[in-house]
Unconditional design. Structure first.
Ligand SMILES: C[S@@+](CC[C@H](N)C(=O)[O-])C[C@H]1O[C@@H](n2cnc3c(N)ncnc32)[C@H](O)[C@@H]1O
Length: 1002
């Protein structure tokens, strides 16, 4: 590599990410970051935003686009891993505790201790290590690093102490690279510079130089679907000039916060801390003036608990709807519904410190459901008789003659903030949690109390205040005055409560506190406002088991707008705490950052690198649910946010998976391609969901005049879900794209050959690199078979998207042709062919191609996965990926365990007699017959009988000699693969092989 930085000298050099990416290690790192939850860097700005792409993954993509793929891939990989903090020496710093010199000389063999350490007194220790510290003469000797030993040399020596465990385990025990960001990369720059010919000692310097040699200037980076800003933040932190945009202003705000708060200077952060305190003080002062949160005896309110109350149509009683009567598990507090016969209503008594029995009895409340998806019903007893009424009946749900559904709820009006007297659903304060500072300590005493008449007076005072100020506050934009537009997620509050404006989702106390925060908050302080809104609204669940006494949970703990029968309202003290949340600090230096709100297809400026995470088949309806915040921010945004369109522009948001989705994606990516130099590069991230994704993406890429140059699969969220009881594995595909230049033509026949060649080459290359890289690592392979399989798919896409015209058809036009349900398009056909070709390359060793070609998908799946199991693989995503590849509909029927990290196939014995019938994907297959025979042989069934059953289980056994040969081949294959996995079954396989070989026919 040349020494000087010559502008544009790597203009056309392939990028590293087009050649390699250590995806297994990256998966482990990404997973670790996802599991950090609140420890994540940007989360404190908006914990309500869930679909955050891990920063470490983003870093890998951005660096991978800028670094060159040289003619020394092994070294490329090593240097890349250093930059990612994944090398051994980095793990020395990432360890929770570094080894002391004394431990180093005790555990390592070092030819001359004096090369690294000074020992005092001198001459007592031997000249070489290891040192035996149990010897009495060594006691009291002090060992210290020599001052002239560089940090790099120290790390390299210490790295020899790292335990040789799989990478994932190593990551589990370590800090994330960004947690030790200031020191972790200290040792790498000489080696990085030698390999790349750069002169950098930090990421911004390196990235600037990489930009100059590739694009002639510091890289201009864009993410047009920026969401919470995870991708653009990482690009800015690395040193790119960054242009982030998103159609949604809340996304813009989060991205802005990432740049200017988390990425703000230390001085700006000090100022922010002071301003946060001042905001809390001001709001508190205003609330205190109203005197609505104290009991006059030294206690302040912490939480107000409200529930819905309805009139039971059967008894005429007013009944509070409590899903549970437990108020606090920790403090053992329950609510008791005390009948008031005369008033036909219930008083609500609160009991603290109750016994286990009382607590258990309080579990069931006055509104219940008999299971998921079942209509909840009100239940209460009057004079010994139980009355049940469905909530849908209370609402008066009906279906009109025209088939339209509706109910008899009154629709709330703009001036409403509480139910009107005649409304079906009333709201009732049923308990208050109070707190008072302890005399002796800094903490508080807490009490849950029943509602008193003074409490009711204070409630009235708040309501009066809001009644007086609502219109003015709405006019000034301090509280919402925006209608709730009907939609998938927004229908629920409208339909089930009659709430029609966004402020209806807040009770008067919540409007009061949030309205004041909004009034006094500048751009930086609006982040605290959104946290307050999330944590205190009519949709904020009271979690009676959380924290010490219970906690008020977030609206966005799920991604719907579910209404609740009871909720927690934070009093100002508890709510304002959220304004002071600890936000991490990673000052961004030197680079230009910009945020704008526009739909991606309106991008205008030219950018060199795009990394985007579009809303592919996204379950999260950002465009609807974020209106919850937009309603509060849109009317009077601070100057920093004033240029953004404060509307979710639902119609322009890309969503779903149908025709509109494809059209939206195509126009977005077409625009980005136009706004990209010829040597620009893009990475699209998307979730690996279904087989159709490949055809979709091929179409989008094609129509956008892009071509696929590489792709990778990173499993990001494996184990998390196990704890939640399901084994869902989620991964991200990274599709690397270049501009499609020229207008190459080909025919379908030529394509077939080309695809085959490319797929085979790609698979072989990667396997070759696998071998080459193996020697470099003591841990796991750099690639696993599923990655190689992915590379197969991608090689196919690479060939296809290279061409603009196939068989005389213009592919950009073909790709956007609307799909007709059930019809296989030209593109689908090509993709299927390509994917089949890729799969053909994955024939496990020991199975002939001729046999493989004749096997069903389920058989291939089983044989391939047995091969992988024999080599120690056991993650469920392998099974999922191959099931998709081999088109096995119900692969779980073939598994004995579907645990995310401990999956395995059924053995012959575990299959028993299952999967023999017509409904099974293994029905009448050679493999099933073989497994059946192995099961019998292990049960000591007589050989002749085993053969007799085998001939029955296979059609045309005697007529088609090939059937017998296949049995022999599969038995031999299983004997080898199972040798150490299941020796007994392997031996049965050998017996079967011999039985069939020696069987006398006729
Ligand atoms: C999957 S999210 C991005 C998440 C982000 N990478 C993160 O880590 O937080 C997709 C984003 O695309 C935005 N979006 C949807 N349609 C859009 C369009 N037509 N133009 C620009 N942005 C759009 C959504 O508002 C959403 O923020």
């Amino acid at each position: 590599m040349k020494k000087a930085i010559v502008p544009l000298s790597w203009k056309d050099t392939p990028a590293l990410i087009e050649r390699l990416l250590p995806v297994q290690k990256l998966s482990a790192e990404a997973y670790k970051e996802q599991m950090a939850v609140h420890g994540k860097t940007l989360t404190a700005l908006g914990s309500y935003w869930k679909g955050r792409k891990p920063l470490i993954l983003n870093k890998a993509c951005i660096l991978g686009c800028l670094l060159p793929a040289t003619d020394n891939p092994a070294r490329d990989l090593e240097v890349f891993e250093m930059l990612m903090g994944m090398d051994d020496a980095s793990f020395v710093v990432r360890a929770k505790r570094r080894a002391k010199p004394r431990e180093i000389v005790e555990q390592l063999s070092i030819a001359r201790i004096a090369d690294f350490f000074t020992c005092t007194p001198e001459g007592v220790l031997p000249s070489s290590a290891p040192v035996d510290w149990t010897k009495p003469e060594h006691a009291g000797v002090k060992v210290a690093w020599r001052a002239d030993v560089s940090e790099g040399a120290r790390r390299r020596l210490e790295a020899q102490l790292l335990p040789s465990v799989p990478y994932r385990e190593r990551v589990d025990e370590a800090y994330r690279p960004e947690e030790v960001m200031d020191e972790v990369h200290v040792h790498i720059w000489d080696e990085v510079n030698t390999h790349l010919g750069t002169e950098a000692h930090s990421f911004p310097e390196l990235v600037e130089q990489l930009g100059i040699v590739r694009f002639g200037h510091r890289p201009r980076f864009a993410d047009t679907f920026s969401g919470s800003g995870q991708i653009p933040f990482e690009a800015a932190r690395l040193g790119c000039d960054v242009y982030a945009s998103d159609i949604n202003p809340v996304a813009c705000m989060l991205t802005w916060g990432a740049f200017h708060i988390v990425g703000g200077s230390p001085e700006s952060r000090e100022r922010l801390a002071l301003d946060q305190k001042e905001l809390v003080r001001r709001v508190q002062e205003e609330i205190d003036k109203l005197g609505v949160e104290t009991d006059g005896k030294g206690w302040r309110a912490k939480v107000y608990l409200y529930c819905v109350e309805v009139r039971c149509p059967q008894t005429g009683w007013m009944v509070p709807l409590l899903p549970t009567r437990v108020v606090s598990k920790g403090y053992r507090v329950v609510a008791e519904l005390v009948p008031d016969e005369k008033g036909k209503r219930y008083d609500i008594a609160i009991h603290s410190g109750v016994s286990d029995e009382v607590l258990a009895a309080a579990d069931a409340g006055s509104v219940r459901s008999d299971g998921r998806g079942q209509d909840p019903y009100l239940v209460h007893c009057v004079r010994g008789a139980e009355y049940r009424t469905k909530v849908s009946t209370l609402r008066g749900d009906y279906r009109s003659e025209a088939g339209l559904s509706g109910n008899r709820l009154r629709m709330w009006e703009k001036g409403d903030f509480s139910p009107q007297p005649g409304d079906v659903f009333q709201e009732r304060l049923y308990c208050v949690q109070w707190m008072r500072p302890k005399r002796s300590a800094k903490s508080n005493d807490y009490e849950f109390r029943a509602v008193t008449t003074e409490d009711i007076d204070r409630e009235q005072a708040v309501a009066d205040f809001m009644a007086e100020h609502l219109v003015a506050w709405q006019a000034r934009g301090w509280v919402p005055d925006m209608r709730i537009e009907a939609g998938d997620k927004t229908n629920e509050p409208i339909r089930t409560r009659g709430w029609t404006y966004w402020h209806h989702l807040f009770c008067p106390r919540q409007l009061l506190v949030a309205g004041m925060v909004n009034q006094f908050a500048d751009a930086r302080l609006k982040f605290g406002l959104t946290q307050v809104l999330n944590a205190s609204s009519r949709l904020s669940r009271w979690n009676q088991s959380g924290g010490g006494g219970g906690i008020v949970a977030g609206v966005f703990d799920n991604q719907a707008l579910n209404v609740l029968m009871n909720f927690g309202c934070r009093a100002s003290d508890y709510a304002l705490d959220l304004l002071m949340g600890a936000i991490k600090s990673f000052p961004i230096e030197k680079t230009t950052v910009g945020v704008a709100s526009f739909p991606a297809h309106e991008a205008r400026e030219c950018r060199d690198v795009y990394v985007t995470d579009p809303p592919y088949g996204d379950a999260v309806k950002y465009e609807e649910i974020l209106e919850f915040f937009i309603a509060w921010l849109r009317k009077n945004p601070p100057p920093e946010f004033a240029d953004w369109t404060w509307d979710s522009r639902r119609a322009l948001a890309i969503k779903g998976e149908d025709e509109d989705f494809r059209r939206g994606m195509v126009s977005a990516y077409r625009r980005m391609t136009e706004c990209m130099p010829d040597n620009g590069i893009q990475v699209i991230m998307f979730t690996h969901q279904s087989g159709s994704i490949w055809a979709d993406m091929a179409n989008i890429v094609w129509a956008a005049s892009l071509r696929v140059s590489a792709a990778w699969y990173v499993a990001t969220e494996a184990e998390k879900r196990i704890q939640e009881g399901s084994n869902y594995v989620k991964g991200t595909v990274l599709l690397v794209l270049r501009k499609r230049l020229g207008s190459h033509k080909t025919s379908r026949d030529d394509l077939a050959w080309e695809i085959q060649e490319e797929v085979e080459k790609q698979v072989a290359d990667l396997t070759g690199l696998n071998q080459q890289a193996k020697g470099l690592y003591r841990d796991a392979n750099v690639f696993e078979d599923s990655d190689i399989q992915m590379a197969g798919y991608v090689a196919a896409l690479r060939v296809l998207t290279r061409y603009a015209v196939i068989d005389g058809r213009d592919m950009t036009v073909e790709a956007i042709r609307p799909r007709v349900r059930g019809e296989t398009t030209f593109v689908d056909g090509l993709i299927t062919f390509a994917v089949d070709t890729a799969n053909q390359c994955l024939v496990p060793q020991g199975v002939t191609k001729a046999t493989w070609d004749k096997l069903s998908g389920a058989e291939r799946f089983y044989l391939k996965l047995i091969d992988m199991e024999a080599r120690g693989a056991k993650t469920l995503d392998n099974y999922q990926n191959f099931a998709k590849a081999f088109k096995v509909a119900d692969f779980k029927a073939l598994l004995a365990s579907h645990r995310a990290n401990d999956a395995r196939l059924k053995s012959a014995a575990e299959f028993g007699r299952a999967e023999m019938s017509e409904g099974s994907e293994l029905h009448q297959s050679v493999l099933r017959a073989v497994l059946y025979a192995l099961m019998e042989l292990q049960k000591d069934v007589d050989g002749a009988e085993v053969l007799a059953h085998l001939t029955l289980n296979l059609s045309n056994y005697y007529g088609d000699m090939v059937q017998r040969e296949r049995v022999v081949e599969l038995a031999e294959y299983l004997a080898q693969r199972l040798a150490s996995l299941r020796p007994d079954e392997a031996s049965a396989a050998r017996v079967l092989r011999e039985l069939v070989k020696n069987q006398r026919l006729g």
